[in-house]
Design a protein around this ligand. Structure first.
Ligand SMILES: C[S@@+](CC[C@H](N)C(=O)[O-])C[C@H]1O[C@@H](n2cnc3c(N)ncnc32)[C@H](O)[C@@H]1O
Length: 344
């Protein structure tokens, strides 16, 4: 085999990839220090900013220069920095904030799990479990601060697609929507708000559901939504529309089958199940495939779960007692689709 000399562009690309961890930690350090929020009112001189976020001025200057190189910040007058347009979602008050997602990805606990990806690939086990000695959701139960960051990061993701859900699926006539592993309730609130006469039941662990009451209040649906706490592998509440979003990809096929069989038992006559997940395309090379493939690796790191293709979902749903009836296009520019399933 002939070794071809890599082009300078190829070498630079590969080098950027190998150094990708630095980009992630530069964003994390900026957000952790509160730099984007401190710049909410506009450009500040480094000394002033260092004072307000509690950082060493010279080191902060270096971090800000790195943010400029990444296109996230801008330098106006020498030594005066502002957020660039790309950096605005790093602020907590941005309508599409990704502040908590950056905090979650860069947190030492999740960060260390990425460091064990090789172990995950060798064994097929969740890297997180290997590093921390217990699964992610058990770990979160014992770490309330990280649990809050996790829940807010999930909210940030859910807010991007929640308004699209009642547009992509017709909920007319549905009486009780049960969102299983519904977390902060963002998607359930959007469905109930858009569906007159529907009641919502959010089902999750105590930690997972911690922000749901506030979500229902803000959305004006508290009188039509309730929260039930429990383990979705034991049993789930009854309803005519059961929903699982971003849950099946956390688990292997056996655990998913247990969960789906529980859903099958709890669906009342004429009811349906909606699964909201990214669907792995058959071919790589599209932007959608890129997102799903990266999410799939993240599942190997965090939970030992995986992303699935349409046929894999069909088989999984069949094992749980459902027929896959329909798959919608991706929602709101995301990779998430609605898989509509009928009791078999
Ligand atoms: C990846 S999050 C998805 C949250 C929400 N559905 C969303 O998409 O924003 C998975 C959810 O499953 C919940 N969960 C994990 N294990 C659970 C269990 N055994 N019983 C009930 N909920 C569980 C977590 O607390 C978390 O809220």
């Amino acid at each position: 085999m002939t070794d071809h000399v890599t082009s300078p562009e190829g070498y630079a690309n590969l080098s950027r990839m190998a150094f990708g961890f630095a980009t992630s930690q530069i964003l994390y350090a900026a957000v952790r220090l509160g730099v984007p929020d401190a710049l909410a009112s506009g450009a500040l001189p480094v000394e002033h900013l260092a004072n307000s976020v509690g950082a060493d001025p010279r080191a902060l200057h270096r971090l800000l220069r790195a943010l400029v190189v990444l296109g996230v910040a801008e330098e106006g007058a020498p030594g005066h920095f502002a957020l660039g347009e790309l950096g605005l979602p790093l602020r907590a008050d941005h309508p599409l904030s990704m502040r908590s997602s950056v905090l979650l990805f860069g947190d030492p606990a999740t960060w260390q799990a990425w460091g064990a990806l090789t172990h995950g690939v060798r064994t097929g086990e969740a890297a997180f479990d290997h590093v921390h000695g217990r699964p992610l959701f058990d770990y979160l139960a014992g770490h309330p601060h990280l649990s809050e960051i996790f829940n807010t990061a999930m909210r940030e993701g859910a807010e991007q697609i929640a308004p699209a859900v009642p547009k992509a699926y017709d909920f007319t006539g549905v009486r009780t929507v049960v969102d299983i592993g519904g977390g902060n309730g963002t998607v359930l609130a959007a469905i109930v708000a858009a569906t007159s006469g529907a009641q919502g039941v959010l089902f999750d662990t105590a930690e997972g559901a911690a922000g749901a009451a506030g979500t229902f209040q803000r959305a004006g649906v508290s009188d039509r939504c309730s929260i039930e706490v429990g383990d979705f592998f034991d049993a789930v509440p009854e309803g005519d529309l059961l929903l699982v979003k971003g849950v099946l990809h956390d688990w292997d096929d056996d655990r998913c089958t247990t969960l789906l069989r529980g859903c099958r038992k709890s669906i009342t006559a004429g009811g349906r199940l909606l699964v909201l997940e990214p669907v792995m395309p058959e071919r790589l090379g599209t932007p959608e495939a890129g997102g799903v493939v990266m999410s799939d690796i993240a599942m190997l790191v965090y939970t030992g779960g995986r992303e699935r293709g349409r046929e894999e979902f069909r088989h999984l749903l069949a094992a749980g007692g459902f027929d896959l009836a329909e798959v919608t296009p991706p929602l709101a520019g995301s990779a998430i689709r609605i898989l509509v399933a009928d009791p078999a």
